[in-house]
Design a protein around this ligand. Structure first.
Ligand code: SF4
Length: 323
């Protein structure tokens, strides 16, 4: 098998907790705490977990929109953390992001044409103004909007249309990877599937790989090839999508999946209610971080962190039930 397009190894992002008049560092919030996964060319890797588990921080750290504290990010054979400013700018052409909130992520003072031309100008693409204008019209058509609307402003579009503009902006530089950070969470359910279908179509047409971040397993089900489930800064289970849905191994994955509605009552899962809230990543529980909420907790779980283990080909889990 060829090298993965993206390799994330032991990624860490710690935020300092500063206290007192001197603003001395009194501890750290371990938002991302040793996350590892690969993304292959043209595939979708889903990253799922409750809000606050570190999935968005993982996405932004990969692009160095926030600087990671530790670990390695290899993209297309290059060590991203070692790149200088100008090399990083070139690399960003291949790695784009689509944000959750289509209202906040588009500059309200720019027309759609200006929004889509901006990345082309930054990366010196498509010669002059006429060529860029044609590309803007093409991009809008690609995402299902009329090119004739390029001189309108973001507020003249609906939420779903704005997210399409956000996707068109990412496509403007022909990326090989898009980090889609909860791209449909802010949209009405009726519009969500349209945007998901669009992302799927674009992947088929252009072979783009996605890291698709979501808090809801039902959203990533159809779009993902493989899925990583995150809890308190760590991936606790990683598996091909089919296997994860048909036989979730980690008790946290089982609880998340039990909340996903199924159309056929015969396949309905018993609902597992998670006890309590997500603990603070500044004071994670001892042993397995999930133990205070786990229905299968054993004595060893309270003191000893489980190993990350490949239990079947391409299936990994961190849980004492499988150690
Ligand atoms: Fe539950 Fe123990 Fe597995 Fe953690 S290691 S998920 S507490 S069974």
């Amino acid at each position: 098998m060829s090298e993965p397009l993206l390799q994330v190894r032991g990624l860490e992002k710690y935020f300092p907790i500063k206290k007192g008049v001197m603003r001395l560092t009194r501890g750290h919030v371990r938002a991302v705490d040793g996350v590892s996964f690969d993304v292959r060319e043209g595939e979708t890797f889903g990253l799922v977990g409750e809000s606050g588990c570190g999935k968005s921080t993982t996405g932004r750290s990969i692009l160095r929109l926030i600087e990671p504290t530790g670990g390695q990010i290899i993209f297309n054979g290059k060590d991203v953390r070692k790149l200088g400013r100008s090399e990083m700018r070139k690399m960003r052409r291949d790695m784009q992001i689509v944000f959750q909130d289509p209202y906040a992520s588009l500059n309200p003072r720019y027309t759609v044409r200006q929004i889509l031309e901006e990345p082309m100008i930054i990366h010196g693409l498509y010669g002059g103004s006429a060529e860029r204008k044609k590309k803007v019209a093409d991009l809008l058509e690609t995402v299902g909007l009329s090119g004739s609307r390029m001189n309108r402003y973001p507020h003249e579009f609906s939420g779903g249309q704005r997210q399409r503009i956000g996707i068109a902006r990412a496509l403007a530089v022909n990326p090989r990877l898009i980090i889609a950070d909860e791209p449909v969470s802010a949209l009405d359910v009726s519009v969500q599937s349209q945007v998901l279908n669009l992302l799927d179509d674009l992947q088929k047409e252009f072979g783009i790989a996605y890291v698709f971040i979501a808090h809801d397993l039902s959203v990533v089900k159809h779009i993902s090839d493989r899925i990583g489930v995150m809890y308190l800064g760590k991936i606790v289970e990683l598996a091909p999508a089919d296997g994860l849905y048909s036989k979730p191994l980690h008790p946290y994955t089982q609880a998340l999946l039990s909340a996903v509605p199924v159309p056929d009552p015969e396949f309905k899962r018993e609902r597992i209610i998670l006890q309590g809230d997500l603990p603070s990543p500044s004071k994670p529980p001892t042993g397995c971080h999930f133990h205070p909420r786990c229905k299968d907790c054993m004595e060893i779980c309270k003191t000893t962190a489980p190993e990350w283990k490949e239990v079947e080909p391409d299936r990994f889990v961190a849980c004492h039930l499988y150690n």
